[in-house]
Design a protein around this ligand. Structure first.
Ligand SMILES: *Cc1c(COP(=O)(O)O)cnc(C)c1O
Length: 390
C-alpha cells in the first residue's frame, strides 16, 4: 500500500531532509569539502566509476566536482516538489539550459523553440554558439517544425516578459516523441509542475523565486533518471557547479516558497486590478488576463498566476520615467525577490534579442515588467501611482 504524498506546502518544508534529525542536528549540514579521504582505495574507485557515468556515488564523493552531499539534498527536495525522478543543480539558469542542449546526441542537434524566451536563451539558440540549429515557431505550428534531426523542443510558460501561457500538454502531443523542455522560472513548483503535463524536462533559474532573496545564482533541471545521469556527466565535464553554500540557501528558501508565492501573487493580482484602471496604463499582461491565455489553459496547468506582471505605459519615455521615479520599488532586472523589482525589457533583459523579434513578440518600448515582492500592497501602489503620469 502506498501512502499519498503530503501536500506540496508540507513537502516544501520537509523534502530533502531525510536523516538530518537522526544525525542529531536540526539545520541542514553544509559540506564544503573539495576532496574526501579515501582510506579504502577500491571503494573509492567503485564510487568514482559510478559518478563518471552520472550516477550517485556508491560511497565517498571523492572530489567536489563529481558530487556534493549538500547540493544532492537540494536536488532531492526539488525532484520531490517537481514530481520528477531526479533534479540536477547548476551554477546558473543559463548553465542548466546550456547543459540540456549539450546532452543532445550529435545527430539530433536541431532545436525547435517557441518565442518569446528569456533573452539569454533566445541568444544562445539563435547564435548557434553551442553548435545547434534552431527553428523558431508558434505553439500552433510546432508539429510542422519537427525534423528527423530534432532533439528538443524549448518553450517557456508563462513567457518572459509577456506572461503568455503555452499549453504544455498540447505541444507535447504535437511533437511526440521529441522531448519538450519547459523553462518554468516564472511559475515555481507550488503553482506549476511541467512534468505532470508531459514535459520531459523542467528548468528553473533558481536565481529567481526559488532562491527568493536575490542572493544566489543557480539553475535546476528536473527530469527522468537517464537524462539526469547525462546532465551530471555534462556538469562534471564543464564544472558548471552550484556551490554548496548556494545550495544550502536555496534549500532553506524552499521552506518558505509556498507562503512567499501565495503572498506575492495575491499582491500581484491586486496590482493588476489597480493598474488596469489607471489612465496611463494601456495594457496589463498577467496569466489571468484573457489575452495572455489564448487556449484557456490556466485552470488546467497552474494553481496560481505567480507574481510577475508586465504593463505598457505607451512610450519608452514614460517607461523610463516610471523606472527612475519609483522609490520603494527597486529598478533592477531579475525577479522573485522579497522586494519588488521593476525593469524595462526592451532595454535590459531582452536587449540581446533582435529588435524585429522584440516587436513581433510584443516587447514594446513602453513595456515595464514588475516582479512583485512581499511589501504591503498599498505601499507598492502608492509608489507606482506617484511614478505614473496622472
Ligand atoms: C533569469 C532567467 C534565466 C537565466 O537564469 P540565470 O540564473 O540568470 O542564468 C532563464 N530563463 C528565465 C525565464 C529567466 O528569467
Amino acid at each position: 500500500m502506498t501512502t499519498p504524498l503530503p501536500h506540496i506546502d508540507t513537502l516544501a518544508v520537509h523534502a530533502g531532509r531525510e536523516g538530518v534529525r537522526a544525525s542529531g542536528v536540526h539545520a541542514l549540514p553544509i559540506d564544503l569539502s573539495t576532496t574526501y579521504p579515501l582510506p579504502v582505495l577500491d571503494a573509492g574507485i567503485d564510487s568514482l566509476d559510478a559518478m563518471v557515468q552520472g550516477l550517485a556515488p556508491t560511497g565517498s564523493p571523492v572530489y567536489a566536482r563529481l558530487h556534493n552531499p549538500t547540493v544532492a539534498r537540494l536536488e532531492e527536495a526539488m525532484a520531490t516538489l517537481e514530481g520528477a525522478e531526479e533534479s540536477v543543480a547548476f551554477a546558473s539558469g543559463m548553465a542548466a539550459i546550456a547543459a540540456c542542449l549539450l546532452t543532445l546526441p550529435a545527430d539530433r542537434r536541431h532545436v525547435v523553440a517557441l518565442r518569446p524566451l528569456y533573452g539569454g536563451t533566445d541568444h544562445l539558440l539563435s547564435s548557434g554558439l553551442l553548435g545547434h540549429e534552431v527553428t523558431w515557431t508558434t505553439p500552433k505550428c510546432v508539429g510542422d517544425a519537427i525534423r528527423p534531426d530534432t532533439g528538443l523542443v524549448v518553450l517557456e510558460t508563462p513567457t518572459n516578459p509577456m506572461l503568455t501561457l503555452v499549453d504544455i500538454a498540447a505541444v507535447v502531443a504535437a511533437v511526440e516523441p521529441i522531448p519538450v523542455l519547459v523553462d518554468s522560472t516564472f511559475a515555481p513548483p507550488v503553482i506549476q509542475r511541467p512534468l505532470l503535463h508531459g514535459a520531459a524536462v523542467s528548468v528553473h533559474s533558481a536565481t529567481k523565486s526559488i532562491g527568493g532573496h536575490g542572493d544566489v545564482v543557480a539553475g535546476i533541471v528536473s527530469c527522468d533518471g537517464p537524462r539526469a545521469a547525462l546532465l551530471r556527466q555534462v556538469r562534471i565535464a564543464t564544472g558548471a557547479l552550484l556551490h554548496p553554500l548556494g545550495a544550502y540557501l536555496l534549500h532553506r528558501g524552499l521552506q518558505t516558497l509556498p507562503i512567499r508565492i501565495a503572498r506575492a501573487q495575491a499582491t500581484a493580482v491586486e496590482l493588476v486590478a489597480r493598474l488596469s484602471q489607471h489612465r496611463s496604463v494601456e495594457t496589463v499582461f498577467f496569466p489571468t488576463v484573457a489575452g495572455c491565455d489564448p487556449d484557456g489553459v490556466f485552470d488546467r496547468q497552474m494553481s496560481g498566476p505567480g507574481s510577475v506582471l508586465s504593463f505598457d505605459v505607451g512610450s519608452r519615455e514614460v517607461a523610463v520615467q516610471v523606472m527612475s521615479t519609483v522609490q520603494l520599488i527597486t529598478p533592477a532586472v531579475s525577479l522573485g525577490s522579497a522586494d519588488t523589482l521593476i525593469e524595462h525589457p526592451a532595454s535590459l533583459t531582452h536587449r540581446i534579442v533582435d529588435a524585429s523579434v522584440r516587436d513581433s513578440c510584443g516587447i514594446s518600448p513602453g513595456l515595464l515588467r514588475l516582479s512583485v515582492g512581499l511589501e504591503a500592497v498599498d505601499d507598492l501602489w502608492e509608489d507606482l501611482r506617484l511614478a505614473l503620469p496622472s
